[in-house]
Write a protein that binds this ligand. Structure first.
Ligand code: ZN
Ligand code: ZN
Length: 348
């Protein structure tokens, strides 16, 4: 039985989350009602936490379909993950597969339409990715809803950034990741998965806790409190890198990344935030280096990521360091903002 009302977290502003009662929506044509079982916290929710939100936040949700609208083909009971961007599927970019660059995007789930911290989430079927379609009889552990959240920002965003880098560099033999937060840790992990465990990946931060986790995942940690980035790379026996990925959003980190980027290198900015100053002649022309941005990922990258998640399940799940029930969401966010954790997941 689906209840008619639900109790959902309400981001009231000034860092306070309380709970309000809301009607449980009914799926219309092309829509699914998801009972949410897990939703990961994200640094992009900082504004909602401190300034408040008039929708239920949460954009890294997984759960089970409990009701379907007309003109859908998903069956009740299907498990899956919700893609952030409610893309149209019809525009020029969507037709090219760039569903993360839709020209007529209907919503960003959890930002301007109710997301996944509530018990139920209403979604268009087109942004629901079923995770129980793959034959997993050969794998040991089943994918829990919490583990399935890794498909979204952790694997999706970073896998996409790596694909972007590969567009301009076909022989990446070393990499730098700036920032060892959940996205940086995911970037490190996806680089190791896609390029092999032997790929040298330097990863910088100022949090010792996060750098320890990075080292556990096979990265070469550089604590910027101990010295400059290039010194840190040299201490690990390296010099320049073929690819650099900024997840920090900080200008100082971006400028530092350029100092260790080799000729023909590619620099991908993923973390939103500050700027970057380029000396076009030296930084781009003479060295034929490329600087690009990467935003979220394309819906059609999910099947490959699901296969990788099954294959590297135990490795990837180390990125999730904490789990809380929804009633503890306030505590979960306060812990997250202290900047020492990996991914934190709200379970219900
Ligand atoms: Zn996110
Ligand atoms: Zn579109």
């Amino acid at each position: 039985m689906i209840p008619t009302t639900m109790r959902a977290p309400h981001f009231a502003g000034q860092g306070r989350i309380d709970f309000i009662d809301k009607p449980v929506p009914q799926p219309g044509p092309g829509e699914l009602l998801i009972q949410v079982h897990a939703n990961a916290l994200c640094g992009s929710e900082r504004g909602q936490f401190f300034n408040g939100a008039n929708v239920t936040p949460g954009h890294e949700a997984t759960g089970v379909v409990v009701a379907v609208g007309s003109n859908t083909h998903t069956t009740v009971g299907t498990s899956g993950a919700v893609f952030l961007m409610d893309f149209c599927g019809e525009c020029r970019n969507c037709k090219q597969g760039a569903t993360n660059q839709c020209l007529h995007k209907r919503a960003d789930m959890g930002f301007n339409k109710d997301g996944g911290y509530g018990p139920f989430e209403l979604v268009h079927e087109t942004i629901f990715f079923a995770t129980d379609t793959l034959d997993t009889s050969h794998t040991s552990a089943p994918l829990t809803p919490t583990d399935a959240t890794l498909l979204l920002d952790v694997m999706g965003t970073n896998g996409h950034a790596i694909r972007r880098a590969q567009l301009v560099h076909r022989d990446i033999q070393s990499a730098l990741v700036s920032g060892a937060g959940p996205i940086g840790l995911g970037m490190l992990a996806m680089l190791k998965i896609t390029h092999g465990q032997d790929l040298p990946v330097y990863i910088s931060d100022i949090s010792t806790g996060r750098l320890a986790l990075a080292e556990q995942l096979g990265g070469m940690p550089i604590n910027l409190k101990d010295g400059a980035l290039d010194e840190g790379v040299r201490k690990h026996g390296g010099e320049k890198v073929d690819a650099a990925f900024d997840t920090s959003g900080k200008q100082v980190a971006r400028q530092a990344a350029l100092t260790v980027l080799d000729k023909c290198g590619v620099f991908v900015c993923i973390g939103h935030g500050e700027g970057l100053t380029l000396n076009v002649s030296a930084d781009l022309i003479a060295t034929e280096r490329a600087v690009m941005g990467s935003e979220y990922f394309c819906f059609d990258e999910l099947p490959a990521n699901l296969a990788q998640l099954h294959q590297h399940h135990d490795y990837l799940r180390q990125i999730i360091t904490h789990r809380f029930g929804v009633e503890e969401i306030q505590v979960a966010f306060e812990l997250f903002w202290r900047g020492e954790t990996g991914k934190i997941v709200i379970e219900q």
